[in-house]
Design a protein around this ligand. Structure first.
Ligand SMILES: *Cc1c(COP(=O)(O)O)cnc(C)c1O
Length: 463
């Protein structure tokens, strides 16, 4: 073992060998050097782990091929498409909402050249990027005015900074949430320069709690959607109408962080818990914030909608420039919002909603198709099994959706092993493990992604 390590040539001397020098010339010397470093590091650790007792022939064609493969792997983009077979519709780690074709077209159209992003075509004068979607958002939510920023976290920070800096924000103890990635409402309130006044208890907050907490210092009553958890049992939250009445009487702003924020009623799909933005504004909430890439099904964005005077303050706030939406997201958002009006049907045309609303029988049909094709290429142990899919991204945490998974076991592969191999496919396939089998949930997999999965398994079987 010690001998191997001693005989391992220096990178510099490897680079001088004709076959390797030729490869370094074809790519670049730096890439070849980095690749050789990784290969020799692997040889070293394999030898130390007693998994290897001889060195490869560095002058052979086989080694040259390994080197080329190593360089090409390093050249692959870091950010790549994957197949989401997790059954989690809006998966934060997998890029959340997939965009509709028309949203992708809009991004291509606007990204590929100049646009009227901040130009009013009628007058030839400077315009505002906010104008492009404000009308649409108002029409869909009934808000007086609206503005869009980079994401919902930025929307919350901007809203608090512009309205409550140096004053106090009253919020229920049961709603002081943390969203993934260390977005904690109490910290965001502190960052905005406001002071948090917590009211109520973890499970119950009454209107009288808010009433008692409001003083001359109070600027905002903040409600937030407890997106990613539920308190069950003996619970109480103040009614929005009562909060709206109270905030109007005491002249403070009532705002609500909705998180997902849906534009249409999803109760026919058992998702009645998720409040519709227009209904919330109707109860008298002054300002709402919600994400563009959760149940709305668009690009990453934070939408603020509500009272005109508040939106005007947000638009002119110095932080606005730092959190503004970029033109590609704006283009995708405009196109996505259009899918909510006739002749479009969001349940058909917005991919996230289509997957959510798809009848379980159709999901089953897709699962059976994949099972049959995997059987056809020689996967012997493959089955279809009912399972539960979830919305994800903190939306509707307790609400499961009827779904079906293809479950697989390969000889000579542990479930862990197979999961890893699928993740390492050229288009990585992300599934989960249950009872020692790999499960591929078909609710989140598109029809045209099935051939990619089939190809991954034929490659695995041929190895
Ligand atoms: C998801 C979420 C956010 C953060 O939204 P991003 O668009 O990810 O910035 C804020 N508040 C609530 C309640 C959420 O669910």
């Amino acid at each position: 073992m010690a001998n191997i390590l001693r005989d391992l040539p220096q990178i510099q001397s490897l680079l001088e060998r004709p076959a390797i020098a030729q490869i370094a010339g074809r790519f670049s010397r730096d890439e070849a050097t980095d690749a050789l470093r990784r290969i020799t590091a692997r040889l070293r650790s394999e030898s130390l782990a007693a998994k290897r007792d001889s060195l490869p022939n560095f002058d052979s064609d086989a080694f040259a091929q390994d080197l080329v493969r190593e360089i090409e792997t390093a050249r692959k983009p870091s950010l790549r498409p994957v197949i989401n077979a997790t059954g989690i519709l809006i998966h934060t780690n997998l890029g959340r909402a997939r965009l509709a074709p028309s949203a992708l077209d809009a991004m291509q159209n606007i990204g590929g050249g100049p646009s009227n992003l901040e130009l009013t075509l009628e007058t030839g004068k400077r315009g505002s990027r906010h104008d492009h979607v404000e009308r649409q958002i108002c029409d869909l939510t009934g808000a007086e005015a609206a503005v869009v920023v980079n994401n919902c976290a930025a929307a919350v920070l901007l809203a608090l900074m512009a309205t409550a800096n140096g004053r106090s924000v009253v919020a229920s103890r049961g709603e002081l949430i943390e969203i993934g990635g260390a977005f904690r409402l109490p910290d965001v309130i502190a960052q905005s320069g406001a002071t948090l006044r917590e009211v109520g208890a973890t499970n119950k907050t009454r209107i009288s709690d808010y009433e008692a907490a409001i003083d001359a210092d109070t600027a905002v009553l903040l409600k937030s959607h407890t997106s990613n958890f539920r308190i069950i049992g003996f619970t109480a939250a103040a009614d929005r109408r009562d909060l709206a009445k109270l905030s109007a009487e005491r002249q403070v702003i009532l705002m609500e962080d909705l998180g997902s924020g849906v534009l249409i009623d999803l109760s026919p799909f058992g998702l009645g818990d998720e409040p519709v933005v227009a209904d919330i504004l109707k109860t008298g909430v002054d300002l709402v914030m919600f994400s563009g890439d959760k149940l709305l099904g668009g690009p990453q964005a934070g939408i603020l909608a509500g009272r005109k005077d508040i939106i005007a303050r947000l638009k002119s706030h110095p932080l606005m420039r730092a959190v503004r939406i970029d033109k590609l997201s704006l283009a995708a958002l405009e196109a996505t919002l259009r899918l909510y009006t006739a002749p479009h049907d969001p349940l058909v045309d917005v991919p996230v909603l289509r997957m959510l609303a798809e009848p379980a029988a159709q999901v089953l049909h897709r699962a059976e198709r994949l099972r049959d094709s995997l059987l056809g290429i020689g996967v012997a142990d493959v089955d279809v099994q009912p399972c539960a899919a979830f919305v994800g991204a903190g939306s509707l945490p307790l609400q499961d959706l009827e779904s079906h998974a293809v479950t697989i076991r390969l000889p000579d592969h542990s479930a862990d092993n197979l999961c890893t191999a699928l993740r390492e496919h050229e288009t990585p396939i992300i599934g989960r493990i249950e009872k020692d089998r790999v499960m591929l949930d078909m609710r989140t997999v598109d029809e045209d992604e099935l051939p990619i999965i089939e190809r991954a398994f034929s490659l695995l079987l041929s190895q």
